[in-house]
Design a protein around this ligand. Structure first.
Ligand code: UD1
Length: 371
């Protein structure tokens, strides 16, 4: 039996929940050797290490320790450090997930060495090329050999871009594989009592997109809407390092609670681990976010999600799920949020193939083709 080697790449927080079920599934195939490479794009305990522990991801074989930098510097460092790993390992395939700089940097390094690339979560398009993630998606898809999609719209996007039909595999959503696996464990989290909130009585917020937090006026408008909302219900805001840094540099901290007391009913906390966050998301009255993955996860747990962006690359979360794209205008955010709160529930359906078996399908396609 020939052994096939697959180098799997992770770099940033949203990659960890996507790679976890794939690494587990590879273990069922003795003919596959899966080598995990962490680029180190995210490096803190709260942004990285905690997820390896909670999601039982094997320790990476290699950590490139690239850290932060401008897009060019970060992507270039990833490529420079990934190339020798590929030259040493000589894999049959490189597997990348999502849309972060590590996804594109590693895919590009691999194809230049004539190593085929599999992209998990291919074909998603916001059609907004000012988003760094959109550039990463379009370019990664253009150079990938296997394109694994989460929703039908992604297949259509790829076909329109001229990708051959045989390369596209609609398999479902690995992020949901992870959610379904850990939901019960998350239910036991005591995060609600630690943060002193009651089930279905609080709003949960995450923000980190450069378009929202790097622009002072936009960020101020969003914070002002959140402050207004916090008069009606407690707001829990696990804060991404980029966002925390902007709160400091724009001098917005006087507007919000620092977490030590609750005068303004808005509690900013450190980024949370996967299980605590899942519990908070499932039990929130409403979620306000600019994240991609959270739009999908709220659809599964059935919590209304207001997406603070002008577009989504995940339209199935709107057409079938609980997501509403509201933009970043203060009045619009408040109007839509109060509208959602006035209704008892926002019913959604589970999107096609979001059934916890996406990683099984992906590994089956790969073994049928490679082995
Ligand atoms: C990256 C991804 C984005 C993803 C997000 C999730 C790209 C282009 N963007 O954005 O798609 O949704 O991750 O979190 O790849 N930092 C820390 N500790 C860490 C990691 C980062 O303090 O562990 C700081 C960095 O120093 C930097 C800032 O956070 O100042 C942003 O990190 P960066 O990797 O540039 O991108 P994200 O905004 O996290």
């Amino acid at each position: 039996m020939r052994l096939f080697k697959i180098v799997c790449v992770v770099g940033a927080r949203p990659n960890f929940m996507k790679i976890a079920p794939l690494m587990r599934e590879f273990e069922n195939y003795p003919e596959i050797e899966a080598v995990l490479v962490h680029t180190g794009q995210h490096f803190d305990t709260v942004m990285s290490k905690l997820f390896f522990q909670e999601l039982e991801i094997p320790a990476p074989h290699v950590n490139l320790e690239v850290g932060s930098g401008s897009h060019a510097i970060q992507t270039a460092k990833i490529m420079e450090k990934f190339e020798p790993v590929l030259m040493k390992e000589k894999p049959d395939l490189v597997l990348v997930v999502g849309d972060v700089n590590s996804t594109l940097g590693c895919a590009l390094t691999a194809v230049k060495l004539q190593i085929p690339v599999a992209h998990v979560e291919a074909g998603l398009r916001s059609f907004d090329r000012s988003m760094p993630e959109e550039i990463n998606r379009v370019l990664t898809d253009a150079i990938s050999q296997y394109l694994f999609t989460t929703e039908r719209s992604a297949d259509e996007n790829l076909l329109k871009e001229g990708v051959a039909k045989e390369k596209i595999h609609f398999v479902g959503n690995v992020m949901i594989d992870t959610l379904l696996r850990h939901k019960e464990r998350a239910d036991h989290s005591d995060v609600l009592s630690r943060l002193q909130v009651r089930k279905k009585s609080y709003g949960l917020v995450t923000l980190h997109r450069p378009s929202n937090v790097d622009d002072g006026d936009t960020f101020e408008g969003i914070l002002s809407a959140l402050k207004e909302l916090s008069r009606k219900m407690p707001i829990i805001f696990p804060c991404h390092p980029r966002t925390r840094e902007r709160i400091r540099s724009f001098n917005f901290s006087h507007d919000i609670d620092d977490g030590t007391n609750h005068p303004k009913n808005m509690t900013i906390v450190e980024p949370l681990g996967y299980l605590d966050f899942l519990k908070l998301m499932a039990d929130a009255r409403v979620v306000l976010t600019d994240s991609g993955g959270i739009q999908e996860e709220t659809t599964i747990v059935g919590t209304p999600c207001l997406t603070l962006r002008e577009s989504t690359e995940r339209p199935v979360t709107v057409t079938e799920g609980t997501n509403i794209v509201v933009g970043t205008n203060r009045e619009k955010i408040l109007e839509k949020t109060f509208e959602v709160l006035s209704k008892n529930s926002l019913k959604g359906r589970i999107p096609e193939l979001w059934d916890g078996k996406a990683s099984e399908r992906i590994v089956k396609v790969l073994t049928d083709s490679l082995c």
